[in-house]
Design a protein around this ligand. Structure first.
Ligand code: 13P
Ligand code: SF4
Length: 328
């Protein structure tokens, strides 16, 4: 026990030291740290801005920092670079990919588009820069349904790559968008049986679910939305207990915002773990964050030509979102 305590104290003082060094470097280099809600607690704590994919993209487009440190996964860092090509965008770990983005190969996606002429192409932000360049409008989970609805009802639409989000929007809007068959391996893994068990154990709890989950889970949810939408719902609700069906990193902000409320993470199917983590998001650590700021590497690089093509669909998303009053 004494050894455990000593180790814990060492870890705390190591973290304190790293936090100090990161903050010093950040100031010296005029850098901004943008963190997603699925990041480790300590990364969320040191970030200058925490948000969902839409808010992070907006922040990256607006910042006057010289260096953007993107603490999330690669598609978020790429979006930042595409929106701010003259800035240096660095990441703590270049291996932080995304299973959903990986489920949409640009060459195959192009064939899918070519096989369906006359369709508007709407893609979720969780895609590579190459897929964004093939897309008419990018969406995130916080604006997807509204952006789809901004098109005439009879407009044929291709939606990629998330089949769960796509079919959720089809149900919600009465559309029949053609869906790419991709999915997020984290959200696909949540267990319906375990969620039903938790609902019985906590009969007063509201279920909050991300639209990347399968339909069998979404039908059990009281609120479906982006990470930010789920957080806002928990903050504004009169209810006291919530079962959270998305990556468990979001619980940090939920508990911080509502310390008096109870948040229960929904578990995955295949393990004894109580919560479900995105292995890619968790690759980023304080040590790697410090090293990347110090050495200004690994840096996200995208050719000017690809940036110019991909920015069109992202800017279209920001413009429609502004017109719909979804962002300022
Ligand atoms: P949000 O846009 O809701 O933050 O979601 C991003 C994501 O990767 C969910 O898995
Ligand atoms: Fe990608 Fe899924 Fe991780 Fe989100 S949770 S970053 S969609 S792998």
């Amino acid at each position: 026990m004494i050894v455990d305590k000593a180790n814990k104290n060492n870890a705390v003082s190591n973290n304190d030291e790293l936090v100090e060094k990161i903050n010093r470097l950040k100031k010296e280099k005029n850098a901004i740290i943008l963190g997603h809600y699925y990041q480790r607690d300590e990364i969320q704590e040191i970030s200058d801005f925490i948000g969902d994919s839409l808010a992070l993209a907006q922040k990256a487009a607006e910042t006057d920092a010289d260096i953007i440190v993107s603490c999330g996964v690669n598609f978020m860092a790429e979006t930042a670079k595409i929106l701010s090509p003259s800035k240096k965008v660095i990441v703590p770990d270049m291996n932080a990919g995304c299973s959903l983005a990986d489920s949409c190969d640009p060459v195959e996606f192009k064939k899918f588009i070519d096989a369906n002429p006359g369709h508007v192409v709407i893609s979720y932000a969780n895609t590579s820069a190459e897929v964004k360049a093939l897309t008419d409008v990018i969406v995130t989970s916080s604006n997807a349904a509204k952006i789809v609805e901004s098109f005439p009802k009879d407009q044929p639409i291709i939606f990629g790559p998330d089949r769960n989000l796509g079919s959720y929007i089809n149900n919600l809007t009465g559309r029949n968008m053609k869906l790419w068959n991709g999915a997020c391996m984290v959200h696909e893994k949540f267990s319906v049986d375990k969620l039903i068990g938790l609902k019985q154990q906590y009969p007063n709890a509201k279920v909050l679910a991300h639209p990347e989950c399968k339909k069998a889970l979404l039908v059990l949810a009281d609120k479906i939305g982006s990470t930010k939408a789920l957080l806002d719902y928990a903050v504004n609700s009169e209810d006291q207990e919530f079962i959270v069906v998305t990556e468990s990193g979001i619980l940090y902000e939920m508990r911080k915002a509502c310390p008096e409320k109870t948040f229960i993470p929904a578990p995955p199917d295949d393990s004894t773990c109580a919560c479900n983590e995105c292995a890619y998001m968790r690759l980023n650590t304080l040590e790697k964050l410090y090293a990347c700021l110090r050495d200004e590497t690994p840096e996200v690089k995208i050719s000017d030509e690809l940036c110019k093509k991909a920015v069109v669909s992202i800017n279209r998303m920001l413009e429609i979102s502004r017109n719909l009053g979804l962002i300022k």
